[in-house]
Design a binder for this molecule. Structure first.
Ligand SMILES: [Cu+2]
Length: 198
């Protein structure tokens, strides 16, 4: 009886050791080994794609890049690009788009080989011309982003609403005037015909 318990305990300890041993290599997360642009690099020409490469294969379970992100953000906090990413082996790519010259942040998020999500960011310098307009919110692949000029557009539609309201008031006033004219005409006609009837 005692021996069986001891044996069972040893089996548990051995199993635990196996689990821990197996878990140890998997718990090492992917880390950044290279990127386009590189950290602190000054870009004078825009590459076709921004990219980051980690030390190990990435886990793109859905095959759609879900859980992965590459964001290009300017000093004012505006986002550039369409939010789409492509995961290939140890690398993540996104089509390059950028605003005016200045300092930018490239923020990245990947799903590590062990299934954990890891993220980090670094800055780089852009010394070329703008190729795109920034958006106030992070772009989502396949969805039109809110552009920087959204606020003035909202003001314009408010102005259009005011115009519509004044048009309605004007038309309403005109109808009232016509109605009043008809009533006056009927009253005058009524007065003229009244003596003939009585
Ligand atoms: Cu992990």
């Amino acid at each position: 009886m005692m021996r069986t318990r001891l044996g069972g305990g040893l089996v548990v300890v051995a199993a635990l050791g196996l689990v821990l041993g197996a878990a140890a290599p998997a718990s090492a997360h992917n880390y950044l080994v290279s990127s386009t642009p590189a950290e602190n690099e000054t870009l004078t020409e825009l590459p076709e794609e921004f990219a980051i490469t980690t030390n190990d294969a990435l886990l793109d379970l859905s095959g759609t890049g879900s859980g992965f992100a590459l964001q290009v953000i300017d000093a004012e906090g505006l986002y550039y690009g369409d939010g789409c990413v492509e995961v290939e082996g140890a690398s993540v790519y996104t089509p390059a788009a950028i605003g005016g010259p200045g300092e930018y942040t490239l923020a990245w998020q990947v799903v590590s080989a062990d299934g954990h999500t890891i993220s980090d960011e670094f800055t780089f310098e852009w010394a070329g011309e703008a190729t795109a307009e920034g958006t106030t919110s992070a772009p989502t692949c396949g969805e039109a982003a809110v552009s920087e000029s959204a606020a003035p557009e909202a003001d314009a539609s408010a102005g259009a609403q005011d115009e519509t309201l004044s048009t309605i008031l004007w038309i309403g006033g005109a109808i009232l005037l016509v109605a009043a004219a008809i009533v006056v005409t009927l009253v005058i006609l009524g007065r003229r015909s009244a003596p003939e009837e009585s």
